[in-house]
Design a protein around this ligand. Structure first.
Ligand SMILES: NC(=O)c1ccc[n+]([C@@H]2O[C@H](COP(=O)([O-])OP(=O)(O)OC[C@H]3O[C@@H](n4cnc5c(N)ncnc54)[C@H](O)[C@@H]3O)[C@@H](O)[C@H]2O)c1
Length: 245
């Protein structure tokens, strides 16, 4: 089950953390992985790591917020069977955190650009190829911040993440008869750089720990597989049991 041999998978923002875990897992199931990141060195390093571990991977750096650059890079590469829209958070910058009332017009642009426009650009670049070949898998990495409200100063990020998942759901319906599925994984919080913060977050999660890239990657392998062909338009919460709406 879940054999991805012969499939080509593009994972955006795969140079570190969650994206790197997804890329490694897809390669482990036999997919050839196209490792995207806005940072060319990160993309190259991760592709080299996968290759060193016996997988097949190539780096393809581009900025998902730059529509023409996405079309050019993906177009030059050839058909993509599996797309994982992972690049997110604040994009190339750290996510700005403040209450909405303290934001100026435009403060939300970077978060919307990477978390919503990035998803649209990458889907647009691959969707015709998937429909024409009659097979495709799109997995968008969203967040509990996009499915429920959070009071931590990330309303702009919520808007981007909620937009990405709403778009993915409608795209799923448009292409359902062409053998293409599109689903969203809404993540809870993963380990933070500060172990004390991680510990505090973990206490509020029902299973008692923060998430890991492997938790997310395992769900991606399933949704990317042949066996998940009857699953589309869904949002799966990967969050250690937190109840969200
Ligand atoms: N970490 C969490 O707790 C958490 C929680 C919920 C959802 N998520 C989502 O999971 C995904 C991965 O999160 P992470 O914590 O691993 O992120 P991260 O910030 O650690 O890594 C993201 C990677 O994406 C790359 N990137 C950023 N902007 C890009 C762009 N415009 N084009 C191409 N690449 C770009 C970065 O260079 C980086 O290597 C994101 O979509 C994030 O919103 C994360």
């Amino acid at each position: 089950m879940f054999d991805l041999t012969g499939r080509t998978a593009l994972v955006t923002g795969a140079g570190q953390n969650v994206g790197a875990g997804i890329a490694a897992a897809l390669a482990g199931q036999g997919a050839r992985v196209v490792v995207n990141d806005i940072d060319p060195a990160r993309a190259a390093d991760m592709a080299a790591t996968i290759t060193a571990n016996g997988g097949a991977a190539v780096p393809l750096p581009f900025d998902v917020t730059d529509g023409p650059a996405v079309e050019a890079a993906v177009g030059s590469f050839g058909p993509i069977d599996i797309l994982v829209n992972n690049a997110g958070n604040g994009g190339a910058e750290r996510l700005a955190i403040k209450p909405f009332r303290e934001m100026a017009i435009g403060d939300w642009d970077p978060a919307i650009a990477v978390n919503l426009y990035g998803v649209l650009h990458c889907c647009h670049a691959v969707i015709d190829g998937m429909c024409e070949q009659g097979w495709g898998r799109i997995i968008t990495i969203s967040s509990g911040a996009g499915t429920g409200g959070v009071n931590i100063g990330v309303s702009h990020y919520s808007a981007g993440k909620g937009g990405g998942l709403a778009f993915t759901r409608s795209l799923a319906l448009e292409v359902a008869r062409q053998g293409v599925t599109a689903n969203t994984l809404a993540l809870g919080l993963l380990a933070a750089p500060d172990p004390k913060v991680t510990e505090r977050i973990a206490r509020a999660i029902p299973v008692g720990r923060t998430g890991t890239p492997i938790d997310v990657a395992a769900a991606c392998v399933w949704l990317a597989s042949e066996e998940a062909s009857w699953v589309t338009g869904q949002t799966v919460q990967i969050n250690g049991g937190s109840i969200t709406t």
